[in-house]
Design a binder for this molecule. Sequence first.
Ligand SMILES: CC(C)(COP(=O)(O)OP(=O)(O)OC[C@H]1O[C@@H](n2cnc3c(N)ncnc32)[C@H](O)[C@@H]1O)[C@@H](O)C(=O)NCCC(=O)NCCS
Ligand SMILES: Nc1ncnc2c1ncn2[C@@H]1O[C@H](COP(=O)(O)OP(=O)(O)OP(=O)(O)O)[C@@H](O)[C@H]1O
Length: 314
Amino acid sequence: MMPNTLEQGGIAPHITAHYSDCAWRAMLAEVNLSPKPGLVDRYNNGAHRDMALEDFYRSADAIRLWLPRFVEMGACSAGLPESAVLAAIRPIGMACEAAMFRATAGANTHKGSIFSLGLLCTAAGRLTQQQKRVTPEALCRLVAGFCEGLTARELAQHNAGQTAGQRLYMQLGLTGARGEAEAGFPLVSDHALPHYQALKAQGIDPELALLDTLLVLMARNGDTNVASRGGADGLRWLQQRAIALLRQGGIRRASDLYLLEEFDNACIARHLSPGGSADLLIVTWFLAEISTVNSQTLSSTSFSWRNSDDCFKR
Ligand SMILES: CC(C)(COP(=O)(O)OP(=O)(O)OC[C@H]1O[C@@H](n2cnc3c(N)ncnc32)[C@H](O)[C@@H]1O)[C@@H](O)C(=O)NCCC(=O)NCCS
Ligand SMILES: Nc1ncnc2c1ncn2[C@@H]1O[C@H](COP(=O)(O)OP(=O)(O)OP(=O)(O)O)[C@@H](O)[C@H]1O
């Protein structure tokens, strides 16, 4: 199914394109970032046997077609209570997920990213329609509003144990992607985003800053991807290793990258991949990019973004 064009709820097309392109570039920035522990990147497929870099590009391109629909739905539903919005965007999320699985012949490349970016694009559409400033704080607060009660509804009360996330809530109490969204992405807003921005302000190369920020997320995140493969022990091991690397000084220079290659090899040997932290890194990049764009420029200019190849070219 191809996405339908919805009535735009009054948002100029270039603004819809800006937020959806930002989300698409966030996915490319994450997957191109290398070397990442356990994850698919430009160097290898990490601890994954069913997907490779090209699948991520195909997946991101398939998702790209659906991202404007989230922004538009956010604008169209701007008069509804926040609690009604998730139900309005779920069919778009499901269709986008189906498009991702078709593009990758069944591999789960971006399920968590669709969920988080879909919510953020919807929030951007709503704020724009309401003529409010689109800031990281406002976006995260709105996502929390859209997801209020989600953990209780889908994990605590009606948990059929069908998905990895539901099973891990029953086994370990992890709330995964739902819990992070419902809390307004606190790992991103309180830790990853300020960390990434502070490193860049110190003049650290943005790619190294983003790799260090991935470690910050891995050190704290109750990642259901890691727990579904390695259980509580695997999650603890991965968090401890990220904490140790950060305590040693983290990733500041190109000469530190071998530490991530060693971490990658150890993750591959244990068959562990921090997919949830990768998703939160995508959220971090998206919010960092949003906060650098002046909203007045946005309302008067037509954007032509860089080609995907420009994202973290080596
Ligand atoms: C809520 C979702 C993510 C449920 O998936 P599931 O039950 O498997 O939960 P789980 O928490 O394991 O999340 C799935 C993915 O999220 C990511 N993830 C895992 N842990 C975390 C974490 N702590 N923080 C953020 N993301 C995480 C991973 O990539 C993982 O593969 C989602 O697939 C879903 O319901 N999709 C339907 C589409 C939809 O609702 N769209 C509306 C909003 S766009
Ligand atoms: N670069 C990346 N490499 C791997 N996973 C990523 C990357 N970026 C994001 N992810 C996230 O990780 C998830 C994929 O993880 P995983 O392969 O463990 O899931 P699965 O296929 O459902 O489980 P399994 O492979 O254990 O059967 C996706 O939902 C995606 O959002």
